[in-house]
Design a protein around this ligand. Sequence first.
Ligand code: N7H
Length: 504
Amino acid sequence: PAIKANLQGDVWPGLPKKFQSFMFFQVKNNAAFKSRLKTFIPKITTAKDACAMNEVMKKAKQDALKSKTSVKLEPLPGINISFTSTGLEALGAFINVNDQALVKKDRKLSTIFRQKQLRGGLFEKGMFADLVGEGWDTPEELRKHYHPARENGRAIDGVIMVTSSIKSDLENKISEVKQHFLAEEGEPLNPDTYVVSKDPSVEFTFSRDGNVRPGIHKGKEHFGFKDGISQPLLEGWDEKVPQGKEPVATKPGMIVCGYDGDDMQQPAWAKDGSFLVFRDLQQQVPEFEEFMNQNAKHAPFTKDHPKPGEKLAAYLMGRWKNGTPVDESPHDDTNEALFESNNFDFAPVTEHNKCPFAAHIRKMRPRADLEHDHAVIMRRGIPYGECVTDAELAAKKTAEDKERGLLFVCYQSDIRNGFNFLTTRWASNHYFPDRKTNFVGDDGPGIDAIVGQRLEHHPERTIGLPDGQTPTKSRMKLDSWVYQRGGDYFFTPSLSALNNELTG
Ligand code: N7H
Protein backbone atom coordinates (compact mmCIF):
# COMPACT_ATOMS: atom_id res chain seq x y z
CA PRO A 1 0.00 0.00 0.00
CA ALA A 2 1.01 3.61 -0.58
CA ILE A 3 2.97 4.90 2.38
CA LYS A 4 0.59 7.71 3.21
CA ALA A 5 -2.48 5.51 3.40
CA ASN A 6 -0.62 2.91 5.47
CA LEU A 7 1.15 5.05 8.08
CA GLN A 8 -0.65 6.42 11.15
CA GLY A 9 -0.80 10.21 10.86
CA ASP A 10 0.78 11.24 14.16
CA VAL A 11 4.08 9.61 13.13
CA TRP A 12 4.27 11.77 10.05
CA PRO A 13 3.25 14.45 9.06
CA GLY A 14 1.73 14.85 12.57
CA LEU A 15 -1.90 15.34 13.57
CA PRO A 16 -3.08 18.93 13.90
CA LYS A 17 -4.00 19.30 17.56
CA LYS A 18 -5.15 21.83 20.06
CA PHE A 19 -6.49 19.18 22.43
CA GLN A 20 -5.26 15.65 22.88
CA SER A 21 -6.27 12.77 25.10
CA PHE A 22 -4.11 9.71 25.71
CA MET A 23 -6.44 6.84 26.63
CA PHE A 24 -4.34 4.07 28.18
CA PHE A 25 -5.91 0.63 28.21
CA GLN A 26 -5.47 -2.93 29.40
CA VAL A 27 -6.77 -5.77 27.26
CA LYS A 28 -9.32 -7.82 29.25
CA ASN A 29 -10.59 -10.24 26.64
CA ASN A 30 -8.18 -11.05 23.82
CA ALA A 31 -10.72 -12.40 21.32
CA ALA A 32 -13.18 -9.54 21.88
CA PHE A 33 -10.38 -7.01 21.61
CA LYS A 34 -9.21 -8.45 18.33
CA SER A 35 -12.67 -8.26 16.79
CA ARG A 36 -13.35 -4.73 18.11
CA LEU A 37 -9.96 -3.58 16.84
CA LYS A 38 -10.79 -4.91 13.37
CA THR A 39 -13.84 -2.66 13.08
CA PHE A 40 -11.95 0.25 14.66
CA ILE A 41 -9.32 0.39 11.89
CA PRO A 42 -11.37 2.61 9.51
CA LYS A 43 -11.56 5.26 12.27
CA ILE A 44 -7.77 5.61 12.39
CA THR A 45 -6.31 8.81 10.95
CA THR A 46 -3.67 7.98 8.37
CA ALA A 47 -0.79 10.13 7.10
CA LYS A 48 -2.92 10.79 4.02
CA ASP A 49 -5.81 12.06 6.16
CA ALA A 50 -3.41 14.16 8.24
CA CYS A 51 -1.88 15.74 5.11
CA ALA A 52 -5.40 16.71 3.97
CA MET A 53 -6.19 18.11 7.44
CA ASN A 54 -2.99 20.16 7.42
CA GLU A 55 -4.00 21.57 4.01
CA VAL A 56 -7.40 22.62 5.45
CA MET A 57 -5.58 24.43 8.28
CA LYS A 58 -3.18 26.11 5.88
CA LYS A 59 -6.07 27.33 3.77
CA ALA A 60 -8.02 28.59 6.80
CA LYS A 61 -4.94 30.60 7.85
CA GLN A 62 -4.52 32.04 4.35
CA ASP A 63 -8.24 32.96 4.17
CA ALA A 64 -8.03 34.65 7.55
CA LEU A 65 -5.00 36.64 6.43
CA LYS A 66 -6.77 37.71 3.24
CA SER A 67 -10.03 38.70 4.89
CA LYS A 68 -8.27 40.04 8.02
CA THR A 69 -10.52 37.91 10.25
CA SER A 70 -9.61 35.27 12.80
CA VAL A 71 -8.87 31.71 11.62
CA LYS A 72 -12.03 29.61 11.25
CA LEU A 73 -11.61 26.63 13.55
CA GLU A 74 -12.46 23.24 12.09
CA PRO A 75 -12.58 20.31 14.52
CA LEU A 76 -10.21 18.12 12.42
CA PRO A 77 -10.38 15.14 14.77
CA GLY A 78 -7.69 12.47 14.72
CA ILE A 79 -7.36 8.97 16.18
CA ASN A 80 -4.23 6.80 16.39
CA ILE A 81 -3.51 3.58 18.28
CA SER A 82 -0.28 2.09 19.63
CA PHE A 83 0.58 -1.02 21.64
CA THR A 84 3.10 -2.05 24.24
CA SER A 85 4.68 -5.46 23.73
CA THR A 86 2.05 -7.00 26.03
CA GLY A 87 -0.68 -5.47 23.85
CA LEU A 88 0.82 -7.08 20.75
CA GLU A 89 1.13 -10.31 22.68
CA ALA A 90 -2.60 -10.17 23.44
CA LEU A 91 -3.16 -9.99 19.68
CA GLY A 92 -0.91 -13.00 19.17
CA ALA A 93 1.54 -11.02 17.07
CA PHE A 94 4.37 -10.83 19.50
CA ILE A 95 5.76 -13.30 21.92
CA ASN A 96 8.19 -12.82 24.69
CA VAL A 97 11.31 -14.57 23.41
CA ASN A 98 12.31 -15.11 26.99
CA ASP A 99 9.35 -17.40 27.43
CA GLN A 100 11.53 -20.45 27.75
CA ALA A 101 8.63 -22.77 28.56
CA LEU A 102 7.13 -22.06 25.17
CA VAL A 103 10.47 -22.36 23.41
CA LYS A 104 10.95 -25.79 24.91
CA LYS A 105 7.41 -26.94 24.27
CA ASP A 106 7.26 -26.22 20.60
CA ARG A 107 10.46 -25.40 18.75
CA LYS A 108 8.69 -24.87 15.44
CA LEU A 109 6.17 -22.53 16.97
CA SER A 110 8.87 -20.55 18.71
CA THR A 111 10.72 -20.12 15.39
CA ILE A 112 7.59 -18.67 13.84
CA PHE A 113 7.14 -16.34 16.78
CA ARG A 114 10.76 -15.30 16.59
CA GLN A 115 10.26 -14.36 12.97
CA LYS A 116 7.28 -12.24 13.93
CA GLN A 117 9.05 -10.71 16.89
CA LEU A 118 9.87 -7.02 16.71
CA ARG A 119 13.57 -6.56 17.27
CA GLY A 120 14.71 -4.09 19.88
CA GLY A 121 14.81 -5.39 23.44
CA LEU A 122 13.80 -2.10 25.04
CA PHE A 123 10.33 -2.27 23.50
CA GLU A 124 9.84 -5.66 25.05
CA LYS A 125 11.23 -4.53 28.40
CA GLY A 126 9.17 -1.36 28.62
CA MET A 127 10.15 1.96 30.17
CA PHE A 128 9.95 0.80 33.78
CA ALA A 129 12.35 -2.13 33.42
CA ASP A 130 14.64 -0.06 31.20
CA LEU A 131 14.94 3.21 33.09
CA VAL A 132 14.27 2.07 36.65
CA GLY A 133 16.39 -1.01 35.93
CA GLU A 134 19.35 1.12 34.94
CA GLY A 135 18.84 3.47 37.88
CA TRP A 136 17.70 6.57 36.00
CA ASP A 137 14.07 6.75 37.14
CA THR A 138 12.66 6.36 40.62
CA PRO A 139 10.12 3.52 40.86
CA GLU A 140 7.73 5.47 43.12
CA GLU A 141 7.11 8.06 40.41
CA LEU A 142 6.62 5.56 37.62
CA ARG A 143 4.35 3.37 39.70
CA LYS A 144 1.96 6.19 40.51
CA HIS A 145 -0.14 6.00 37.36
CA TYR A 146 1.60 4.00 34.78
CA HIS A 147 3.03 0.98 36.49
CA PRO A 148 0.99 0.15 39.56
CA ALA A 149 2.49 -3.05 40.94
CA ARG A 150 0.68 -5.80 39.09
CA GLU A 151 1.45 -9.42 39.75
CA ASN A 152 1.56 -10.30 36.11
CA GLY A 153 3.87 -7.54 34.96
CA ARG A 154 3.14 -4.52 32.76
CA ALA A 155 0.20 -2.24 33.45
CA ILE A 156 -0.43 -0.77 30.01
CA ASP A 157 -1.22 -2.76 26.87
CA GLY A 158 -1.80 0.22 24.61
CA VAL A 159 -2.87 3.79 24.12
CA ILE A 160 -5.48 5.37 21.89
CA MET A 161 -4.68 8.98 21.12
CA VAL A 162 -7.56 11.28 20.26
CA THR A 163 -6.93 14.81 18.98
CA SER A 164 -9.07 17.74 17.93
CA SER A 165 -9.05 21.49 17.55
CA ILE A 166 -12.30 21.80 19.50
CA LYS A 167 -12.75 20.52 23.06
CA SER A 168 -16.38 19.35 22.75
CA ASP A 169 -15.48 17.48 19.59
CA LEU A 170 -12.62 15.75 21.41
CA GLU A 171 -15.02 14.69 24.16
CA ASN A 172 -17.46 13.21 21.63
CA LYS A 173 -14.65 11.25 20.02
CA ILE A 174 -13.51 9.91 23.38
CA SER A 175 -17.06 8.67 24.08
CA GLU A 176 -17.20 7.03 20.66
CA VAL A 177 -13.92 5.23 21.29
CA LYS A 178 -15.12 4.04 24.69
CA GLN A 179 -18.37 2.76 23.28
CA HIS A 180 -16.57 0.99 20.46
CA PHE A 181 -14.45 -1.07 22.85
CA LEU A 182 -16.76 -1.37 25.86
CA ALA A 183 -20.36 -1.69 24.68
CA GLU A 184 -22.32 -4.91 24.27
CA GLU A 185 -21.98 -6.26 20.75
CA GLY A 186 -24.62 -4.85 18.41
CA GLU A 187 -25.39 -1.77 20.54
CA PRO A 188 -26.55 1.17 18.38
CA LEU A 189 -24.01 3.96 18.22
CA ASN A 190 -24.97 6.26 21.04
CA PRO A 191 -22.10 7.17 23.32
CA ASP A 192 -24.49 8.58 25.96
CA THR A 193 -26.72 5.61 26.49
CA TYR A 194 -24.85 2.43 25.58
CA VAL A 195 -24.69 -0.49 27.99
CA VAL A 196 -21.22 -1.59 28.99
CA SER A 197 -20.57 -5.23 28.21
CA LYS A 198 -20.22 -7.64 31.12
CA ASP A 199 -17.06 -8.93 29.49
CA PRO A 200 -15.57 -5.81 27.88
CA SER A 201 -12.64 -6.13 25.50
CA VAL A 202 -10.51 -3.60 27.39
CA GLU A 203 -10.44 -1.45 30.47
CA PHE A 204 -9.45 2.19 30.00
CA THR A 205 -7.34 2.36 33.12
CA PHE A 206 -6.50 6.07 33.05
CA SER A 207 -6.01 8.93 30.66
CA ARG A 208 -3.81 12.00 30.34
CA ASP A 209 -5.06 15.17 28.66
CA GLY A 210 -2.97 17.84 27.01
CA ASN A 211 -3.79 21.11 25.31
CA VAL A 212 -1.96 23.74 23.36
CA ARG A 213 -1.61 26.71 25.70
CA PRO A 214 -4.19 29.48 25.11
CA GLY A 215 -3.83 33.04 23.85
CA ILE A 216 -0.39 34.62 23.79
CA HIS A 217 1.16 31.40 25.10
CA LYS A 218 0.09 29.42 22.00
CA GLY A 219 2.97 27.31 20.66
CA LYS A 220 4.95 27.80 23.85
CA GLU A 221 5.66 25.18 26.47
CA HIS A 222 5.29 26.04 30.17
CA PHE A 223 8.76 27.55 30.70
CA GLY A 224 7.72 30.02 28.00
CA PHE A 225 9.87 28.78 25.11
CA LYS A 226 8.45 28.49 21.63
CA ASP A 227 8.42 24.76 20.82
CA GLY A 228 8.05 22.69 17.68
CA ILE A 229 10.51 24.70 15.61
CA SER A 230 13.00 22.02 14.69
CA GLN A 231 11.96 18.59 13.44
CA PRO A 232 13.93 16.22 11.25
CA LEU A 233 12.77 16.60 7.65
CA LEU A 234 12.39 13.20 6.04
CA GLU A 235 14.30 12.96 2.75
CA GLY A 236 11.92 12.58 -0.18
CA TRP A 237 8.84 12.86 2.06
CA ASP A 238 8.87 16.44 3.31
CA GLU A 239 8.81 19.36 0.95
CA LYS A 240 11.88 21.50 1.09
CA VAL A 241 11.33 24.36 3.49
CA PRO A 242 12.35 27.96 2.78
CA GLN A 243 15.96 28.92 3.23
CA GLY A 244 16.80 29.73 6.78
CA LYS A 245 14.34 27.23 8.22
CA GLU A 246 16.14 24.19 7.01
CA PRO A 247 17.16 21.57 9.54
CA VAL A 248 19.39 18.75 8.42
CA ALA A 249 17.38 16.26 6.39
CA THR A 250 17.08 12.75 7.80
CA LYS A 251 16.66 9.36 6.20
CA PRO A 252 12.99 8.31 6.66
CA GLY A 253 14.14 4.98 8.13
CA MET A 254 15.45 6.77 11.23
CA ILE A 255 11.82 7.40 12.12
CA VAL A 256 9.68 4.91 10.16
CA CYS A 257 10.47 1.19 10.09
CA GLY A 258 11.42 -0.46 6.83
CA TYR A 259 13.01 2.48 4.99
CA ASP A 260 16.51 3.61 4.17
CA GLY A 261 18.16 4.42 7.50
CA ASP A 262 16.42 1.67 9.50
CA ASP A 263 19.03 -1.01 10.30
CA MET A 264 16.82 -3.07 12.58
CA GLN A 265 15.74 -5.66 9.99
CA GLN A 266 12.31 -5.93 11.49
CA PRO A 267 9.81 -8.52 10.23
CA ALA A 268 7.94 -7.39 7.09
CA TRP A 269 4.79 -6.47 9.03
CA ALA A 270 6.65 -3.72 10.91
CA LYS A 271 7.09 -1.64 7.73
CA ASP A 272 5.32 1.74 7.91
CA GLY A 273 5.19 1.38 11.67
CA SER A 274 7.17 3.34 14.26
CA PHE A 275 8.09 3.04 17.94
CA LEU A 276 6.45 5.61 20.17
CA VAL A 277 7.87 6.77 23.48
CA PHE A 278 5.47 8.48 25.85
CA ARG A 279 6.82 10.26 28.91
CA ASP A 280 4.93 12.38 31.38
CA LEU A 281 7.29 15.20 32.35
CA GLN A 282 6.33 17.63 35.08
CA GLN A 283 7.81 21.13 34.92
CA GLN A 284 8.40 23.42 37.89
CA VAL A 285 7.98 26.83 36.34
CA PRO A 286 8.33 29.33 39.24
CA GLU A 287 11.38 27.40 40.47
CA PHE A 288 12.91 27.58 36.96
CA GLU A 289 12.28 31.34 36.77
CA GLU A 290 13.66 31.93 40.24
CA PHE A 291 16.85 30.01 39.47
CA MET A 292 17.44 32.08 36.32
CA ASN A 293 16.86 35.37 38.14
CA GLN A 294 19.10 34.44 41.06
CA ASN A 295 21.90 32.86 39.08
CA ALA A 296 22.05 35.18 36.10
CA LYS A 297 24.33 37.44 38.09
CA HIS A 298 26.91 34.65 38.29
CA ALA A 299 26.80 34.01 34.52
CA PRO A 300 29.75 35.45 32.59
CA PHE A 301 27.64 36.87 29.74
CA THR A 302 24.84 38.81 31.43
CA LYS A 303 26.67 42.05 32.32
CA ASP A 304 24.71 45.04 30.99
CA HIS A 305 22.07 42.80 29.41
CA PRO A 306 18.52 44.11 29.99
CA LYS A 307 17.08 40.62 30.68
CA PRO A 308 19.84 38.66 32.44
CA GLY A 309 17.54 35.83 33.63
CA GLU A 310 16.15 35.32 30.14
CA LYS A 311 19.64 35.30 28.70
CA LEU A 312 20.77 32.57 31.08
CA ALA A 313 17.64 30.53 30.28
CA ALA A 314 18.34 30.99 26.57
CA TYR A 315 21.91 29.71 27.00
CA LEU A 316 20.71 26.60 28.86
CA MET A 317 18.16 25.93 26.11
CA GLY A 318 20.18 27.01 23.03
CA ARG A 319 17.28 29.20 21.89
CA TRP A 320 15.76 32.38 23.32
CA LYS A 321 12.15 32.10 24.46
CA ASN A 322 10.90 33.47 21.13
CA GLY A 323 12.88 30.79 19.25
CA THR A 324 15.95 32.80 18.19
CA PRO A 325 18.95 30.41 18.12
CA VAL A 326 21.73 31.44 20.52
CA ASP A 327 24.24 30.19 17.94
CA GLU A 328 23.01 32.79 15.45
CA SER A 329 22.30 35.56 17.92
CA PRO A 330 24.01 35.13 21.28
CA HIS A 331 23.25 38.56 22.73
CA ASP A 332 19.93 39.66 21.34
CA ASP A 333 16.51 38.18 20.47
CA THR A 334 14.93 40.99 18.49
CA ASN A 335 15.52 39.96 14.86
CA GLU A 336 12.19 38.54 13.72
CA ALA A 337 13.81 36.76 10.78
CA LEU A 338 15.56 34.44 13.26
CA PHE A 339 12.55 33.45 15.39
CA GLU A 340 12.10 30.09 13.67
CA SER A 341 15.53 29.75 12.19
CA ASN A 342 17.24 26.42 11.76
CA ASN A 343 19.99 27.91 9.71
CA PHE A 344 22.86 27.09 12.10
CA ASP A 345 25.01 24.11 12.92
CA PHE A 346 27.17 25.29 15.89
CA ALA A 347 30.31 25.41 13.70
CA PRO A 348 33.16 25.98 14.38
CA VAL A 349 32.47 23.24 16.90
CA THR A 350 35.69 23.60 18.88
CA GLU A 351 34.92 27.19 19.87
CA HIS A 352 32.88 27.80 22.98
CA ASN A 353 31.85 31.41 22.61
CA LYS A 354 28.19 31.33 21.57
CA CYS A 355 25.83 28.39 22.27
CA PRO A 356 27.02 26.30 25.25
CA PHE A 357 28.16 22.82 24.20
CA ALA A 358 25.63 21.34 26.65
CA ALA A 359 22.58 23.49 25.79
CA HIS A 360 19.39 21.38 25.48
CA ILE A 361 18.94 21.71 21.72
CA ARG A 362 22.65 21.07 21.09
CA LYS A 363 22.67 17.91 23.20
CA MET A 364 19.50 16.69 21.50
CA ARG A 365 20.51 17.52 17.90
CA PRO A 366 24.25 18.07 17.82
CA ARG A 367 24.32 19.09 14.12
CA ALA A 368 28.00 19.75 13.17
CA ASP A 369 29.23 18.36 16.51
CA LEU A 370 28.76 14.97 14.84
CA GLU A 371 29.79 13.92 11.36
CA HIS A 372 26.28 12.66 10.66
CA ASP A 373 22.97 12.30 12.46
CA HIS A 374 22.92 8.92 14.06
CA ALA A 375 20.18 9.33 16.66
CA VAL A 376 17.13 11.31 15.62
CA ILE A 377 13.58 11.48 16.93
CA MET A 378 10.31 13.02 15.70
CA ARG A 379 8.74 14.99 18.57
CA ARG A 380 4.95 15.16 18.93
CA GLY A 381 4.36 16.19 22.56
CA ILE A 382 1.75 18.56 23.98
CA PRO A 383 1.69 20.61 27.21
CA TYR A 384 -0.66 19.70 30.06
CA GLY A 385 -1.93 21.57 33.10
CA GLU A 386 -2.85 25.19 33.79
CA CYS A 387 -0.49 28.06 33.06
CA VAL A 388 1.59 29.24 35.98
CA THR A 389 -0.27 31.79 38.13
CA ASP A 390 0.98 35.17 39.36
CA ALA A 391 0.58 33.92 42.93
CA GLU A 392 2.92 30.99 42.23
CA LEU A 393 5.44 33.26 40.55
CA ALA A 394 5.30 35.62 43.54
CA ALA A 395 5.75 32.67 45.92
CA LYS A 396 8.55 31.33 43.65
CA LYS A 397 7.09 27.87 44.12
CA THR A 398 4.70 25.54 42.27
CA ALA A 399 1.46 25.31 44.29
CA GLU A 400 0.88 21.94 46.00
CA ASP A 401 -2.33 21.34 44.08
CA LYS A 402 -0.97 22.30 40.64
CA GLU A 403 0.75 20.11 38.13
CA ARG A 404 1.89 21.19 34.70
CA GLY A 405 4.36 19.94 32.16
CA LEU A 406 4.79 18.19 28.87
CA LEU A 407 3.21 14.96 27.67
CA PHE A 408 6.32 14.14 25.72
CA VAL A 409 5.88 11.90 22.67
CA CYS A 410 8.49 10.90 20.16
CA TYR A 411 8.72 8.44 17.29
CA GLN A 412 11.74 6.52 16.04
CA SER A 413 12.53 3.23 14.31
CA ASP A 414 14.70 2.08 17.23
CA ILE A 415 14.10 3.15 20.85
CA ARG A 416 17.66 2.37 21.92
CA ASN A 417 19.07 4.53 19.16
CA GLY A 418 16.39 7.19 19.63
CA PHE A 419 14.83 8.31 22.92
CA ASN A 420 17.00 6.08 25.08
CA PHE A 421 20.23 7.18 23.45
CA LEU A 422 19.32 10.87 23.57
CA THR A 423 18.36 10.69 27.23
CA THR A 424 21.02 8.44 28.72
CA ARG A 425 24.03 8.87 26.41
CA TRP A 426 23.65 12.51 25.50
CA ALA A 427 21.43 14.54 27.88
CA SER A 428 22.63 12.83 31.05
CA ASN A 429 26.26 12.44 30.02
CA HIS A 430 28.48 15.34 31.16
CA TYR A 431 31.10 14.48 28.53
CA PHE A 432 28.83 14.79 25.48
CA PRO A 433 29.29 16.41 22.97
CA ASP A 434 32.71 14.84 23.14
CA ARG A 435 36.09 15.92 21.79
CA LYS A 436 35.69 19.26 23.57
CA THR A 437 38.82 19.64 25.61
CA ASN A 438 38.83 23.33 26.35
CA PHE A 439 37.44 23.19 29.88
CA VAL A 440 39.05 23.74 33.22
CA GLY A 441 38.35 20.63 35.30
CA ASP A 442 37.29 17.24 34.07
CA ASP A 443 33.54 17.47 33.92
CA GLY A 444 33.17 18.12 30.20
CA PRO A 445 30.43 20.26 28.63
CA GLY A 446 27.97 19.35 31.41
CA ILE A 447 24.47 17.96 31.84
CA ASP A 448 21.36 18.91 29.81
CA ALA A 449 19.68 21.38 32.18
CA ILE A 450 16.19 20.42 30.98
CA VAL A 451 16.13 16.63 30.73
CA GLY A 452 19.53 15.38 31.92
CA GLN A 453 19.25 12.83 34.73
CA ARG A 454 22.01 11.90 37.12
CA LEU A 455 23.20 8.57 38.48
CA GLU A 456 24.87 8.49 41.89
CA HIS A 457 28.40 8.06 40.57
CA HIS A 458 28.02 10.96 38.09
CA PRO A 459 29.49 14.41 38.65
CA GLU A 460 27.04 16.86 40.21
CA ARG A 461 24.69 18.74 37.88
CA THR A 462 26.81 21.46 36.29
CA ILE A 463 27.21 23.10 32.90
CA GLY A 464 30.18 24.86 31.30
CA LEU A 465 29.25 28.37 30.12
CA PRO A 466 31.01 30.44 27.47
CA ASP A 467 33.07 33.12 29.21
CA GLY A 468 35.28 34.54 26.48
CA GLN A 469 38.24 32.47 27.67
CA THR A 470 39.88 29.34 26.35
CA PRO A 471 39.77 27.05 28.16
CA THR A 472 36.35 27.88 29.62
CA LYS A 473 36.61 28.51 33.34
CA SER A 474 32.98 29.21 34.10
CA ARG A 475 30.80 26.39 35.40
CA MET A 476 27.38 26.74 36.92
CA LYS A 477 25.74 24.37 39.37
CA LEU A 478 22.21 23.50 38.23
CA ASP A 479 19.00 22.43 39.94
CA SER A 480 16.33 20.20 38.34
CA TRP A 481 13.04 21.60 37.08
CA VAL A 482 11.71 18.67 35.06
CA TYR A 483 10.56 15.47 36.79
CA GLN A 484 9.56 12.22 35.16
CA ARG A 485 6.14 11.00 36.18
CA GLY A 486 5.99 7.83 34.11
CA GLY A 487 5.44 6.58 30.61
CA ASP A 488 6.07 3.59 28.40
CA TYR A 489 7.36 2.24 25.10
CA PHE A 490 4.85 1.50 22.33
CA PHE A 491 4.69 0.39 18.70
CA THR A 492 2.43 2.23 16.26
CA PRO A 493 1.67 -0.30 13.52
CA SER A 494 0.74 0.39 9.93
CA LEU A 495 -2.84 0.06 8.73
CA SER A 496 -1.98 -3.09 6.77
CA ALA A 497 -0.39 -4.74 9.83
CA LEU A 498 -3.50 -3.83 11.82
CA ASN A 499 -5.70 -5.34 9.14
CA ASN A 500 -3.68 -8.49 8.51
CA GLU A 501 -1.10 -9.63 11.06
CA LEU A 502 -2.83 -8.13 14.12
CA THR A 503 -6.49 -8.84 13.44
CA GLY A 504 -6.46 -11.14 10.40
FE1 N7H B 1 13.22 19.25 24.13
N1 N7H B 1 11.55 23.21 26.36
O1 N7H B 1 10.59 23.79 26.02
O2 N7H B 1 12.21 23.51 27.36
N2 N7H B 1 12.98 21.18 23.55
N3 N7H B 1 12.17 19.61 25.81
N4 N7H B 1 13.26 17.26 24.60
N5 N7H B 1 14.08 18.83 22.35
C1 N7H B 1 13.37 21.71 22.35
O3 N7H B 1 13.73 23.43 18.44
C2 N7H B 1 11.69 20.81 26.27
C3 N7H B 1 12.77 16.68 25.72
C4 N7H B 1 14.49 17.58 21.90
O4 N7H B 1 16.56 19.90 16.39
C5 N7H B 1 13.08 23.11 22.32
O5 N7H B 1 11.60 22.94 18.30
C6 N7H B 1 10.99 20.61 27.53
C7 N7H B 1 13.09 15.27 25.75
C8 N7H B 1 14.96 17.66 20.54
O6 N7H B 1 17.55 21.60 17.31
C9 N7H B 1 12.50 23.41 23.49
C10 N7H B 1 11.06 19.28 27.81
C11 N7H B 1 13.80 15.03 24.60
C12 N7H B 1 14.83 19.00 20.17
C13 N7H B 1 12.42 22.20 24.30
C14 N7H B 1 11.78 18.66 26.72
C15 N7H B 1 13.89 16.29 23.87
C16 N7H B 1 14.27 19.69 21.32
C17 N7H B 1 13.40 24.09 21.19
C18 N7H B 1 10.51 18.51 28.96
C19 N7H B 1 14.40 13.75 24.09
C20 N7H B 1 15.16 19.60 18.80
C21 N7H B 1 12.28 24.14 20.18
C22 N7H B 1 9.66 18.95 29.81
C23 N7H B 1 14.66 12.68 24.79
C24 N7H B 1 16.59 20.02 18.74
C25 N7H B 1 12.57 23.45 18.87
C26 N7H B 1 16.93 20.56 17.35
C27 N7H B 1 13.97 21.05 21.31
C28 N7H B 1 11.90 22.03 25.62
C29 N7H B 1 12.03 17.33 26.69
C30 N7H B 1 14.48 16.43 22.65
C31 N7H B 1 12.03 24.83 23.84
C32 N7H B 1 10.30 21.63 28.41
C33 N7H B 1 12.69 14.28 26.84
C34 N7H B 1 15.47 16.51 19.69
